[in-house]
Design a binder for this molecule. Structure first.
Ligand SMILES: NC(=O)c1ccc[n+]([C@@H]2O[C@H](COP(=O)([O-])OP(=O)(O)OC[C@H]3O[C@@H](n4cnc5c(N)ncnc54)[C@H](O)[C@@H]3O)[C@@H](O)[C@H]2O)c1
Length: 257
């Protein structure tokens, strides 16, 4: 039995991951702002620090796996998107790294397959990746109009995936692995309130493994990818962005890998 810490494990992809791990006999500690083992708003620095302190208190001998999964979708306010999707994952992973090191553990971060689409703003990605000053960046993004939140979302997830790639060699020196899953459109509370028009737009190109039917992936399919990357079966895998998107990335970017 291993000790897993997950953020955003209450609903959707996180809940499916938590249930799969518990069914395998692992201990899973869920940090979430609702229904968690520890309640915290991870979009705030205070919420994050409280959660980090609690993990150190509960697991002084270390943890095997950290799964940074909490996130908001592309309709959330820009500050929330950048604070939760990017800064919460990065700061929690950095803070809990010493506990992972004690067990030569690993970290899995939930990104998104939108990191490759046209909405990504590379200037915002560069700002997040290269400045990494949360207060200044959140001050800047408060002026982004709500019409551009899709770009905020894909850019926050692109910066996150880039951070995983950049940081992975230095984690490996400590005997640690860090990887990411990039889900495609998945049926979860995040996507369940989409209008028919939004749904049609999202499925303009049907997900290949859905064989042309107009439907999203299931949360369990993404959870399987996360659990695999976190497991000893993936011991040779580090710094990888695993697209769990039913083949959309391969369909649209066949020549890039
Ligand atoms: N559903 C999709 O189509 C899709 C696609 C690509 C990536 N993702 C990513 O997958 C991850 C999980 O999303 P989901 O689709 O399962 O949605 P979800 O809304 O069901 O899950 C999000 C989880 O994060 C928690 N959370 C939200 N705000 C929080 C906060 N401020 N502090 C602490 N916890 C908070 C929620 O309570 C929930 O448990 C997210 O990072 C999301 O960006 C989802």
């Amino acid at each position: 039995m291993s000790t897993y810490v997950i953020t955003g494990g209450t609903t959707g992809i996180g809940a499916a991951t938590r249930k799969l791990l518990q069914a395998q006999g692992h201990e899973v500690f869920n940090i979430d702002f609702k229904g968690g083992d520890y309640l915290a708003d991870l979009s705030t620095q205070e919420g994050r620090q409280g959660a980090i302190d609690e993990v150190f208190r509960r697991y002084p001998d270390g943890i095997d796996v950290l799964i940074c999964n909490a996130g908001v979708g592309p309709t959330a306010p820009p500050q929330m998107i950048f604070a939760l999707n990017f800064f919460a994952s990065v700061r929690i992973a950095e803070a809990l790294r010493p506990l992972l090191k004690k067990k030569r553990g690993n970290c899995v971060i939930t990104s998104s397959n939108s990191i490759t689409n046209m909405t990504v703003r590379m200037d915002w990605v560069d700002m997040l990746s290269n400045v990494m000053d949360e207060e200044r960046i959140l001050e800047f993004v408060k002026d982004i109009p709500r019409t551009q939140t899709a770009s905020c979302y894909s850019s926050s997830k692109h910066a996150l995936a880039r951070w995983v790639r950049r940081i992975s060699p230095s984690w490996a020196v400590d005997g640690l692995r860090i990887n990411s899953v990039a889900p495609g459109n998945t049926t979860t509370p995040m996507t369940q309130n989409m209008t028919d028009a939004q749904m049609d737009a999202a499925l303009l190109i049907p997900i290949p493994t859905r064989y042309g039917r107009k439907e999203f992936l299931d949360a369990e399919e993404i959870a399987n990818g996360i659990v695999f990357l976190a497991s000893p079966m993936a011991s040779g895998i580090n710094g990888v962005i695993l697209f769990v998107d039913g083949g959309i990335d391969a369909l649209l970017r066949s020549e890039r890998f």
